[in-house]
Design a protein around this ligand. Structure first.
Ligand SMILES: [Fe+2]
Ligand SMILES: [Fe+2]
Length: 232
């Protein structure tokens, strides 16, 4: 599922079988996950610093943080390969996790660059502490937590990410609902080749939300089969 939606985003097109407007309704009608303690702490911090409700500057913070678990997982998986190369088939399976994490990281990077480009075009005045330093501190802490949880019990790290991605999916879809004018705002970007072409800003945000949903579903799946084990 993750691959299908994400591939469509990076392969310059939408999926024929997915109706993004219908998927928006699906997200808005779906209850949010029951967020765990670390996720609630993160969202509370973000709400306190950046305010409740969605905005494009807040999405930038989300996207700065979003890549962290994937980086942490990739790094742990590489270490695991160092310790398992004597059973090459097992190490190869671990490498599938590396590739998956890398793919998701790239997808999050395009989100970040697209949002950043949007803010530049709006001549958004960034404040150094609030918009640069704090997101980096948040990202640093989030990386450490994701890494530690992954080392101790991978399912916990996947759960935290599923919560984060669920929050992101709802945030983008709610933003589109709250801003119907985005349906008529054409989207042009230097990253269209990398990310895919979307006619309007509303279409773009729906696609990003669907990427977040795919990331969530991938983490939910991994929660069930989280540990590296030769019998995986
Ligand atoms: Fe994202
Ligand atoms: Fe995501």
């Amino acid at each position: 599922m993750m691959e299908a939606v994400t591939e469509s985003a990076t392969d310059n097109g939408g999926t024929a079988e997915v109706d993004p407007r219908l998927e928006q309704e699906r997200t808005l009608a779906a209850p949010r996950r029951r967020y765990g303690l670390p996720a609630r702490a993160l969202f509370l911090t973000m709400d306190t610093v950046y305010g409740r409700g969605q905005s494009i500057p807040t999405f930038r913070v989300l996207e700065v943080v979003a890549r962290m678990p994937y980086q942490a997982w990739e790094s742990v998986a590489y270490v695991a390969e160092t310790h398992t190369h004597e059973t090459p088939e097992f190490a190869r399976r671990i490498h599938d996790r590396v590739e998956e994490a890398r793919h998701q990281q790239d997808n999050e990077l395009w989100h970040l660059l697209i949002i950043e480009e949007m803010l530049h075009r709006q001549d958004h005045r960034s404040r150094p502490i609030r918009d640069r330093v704090l997101p980096q501190i948040l990202a640093f802490v989030y990386y450490q937590i994701s890494w530690l949880l992954y080392v101790v019990r991978p399912a916990w790290s996947y759960r935290l990410n599923a919560d984060f991605e669920d929050h992101a999916e709802h945030s983008y879809m709610e933003f589109v609902r709250a801003h119907p004018e985005l349906e008529n705002e054409p989207w042009h970007s230097a990253f269209e080749v990398d990310y895919g072409r979307h006619d309007t800003v509303a279409d773009l945000f729906r696609q990003i939300a669907l990427d977040e949903r795919a990331h969530k579903e991938s983490s939910e799946e991994r929660m069930e089969h989280a540990r590296f084990a030769p019998s995986d």
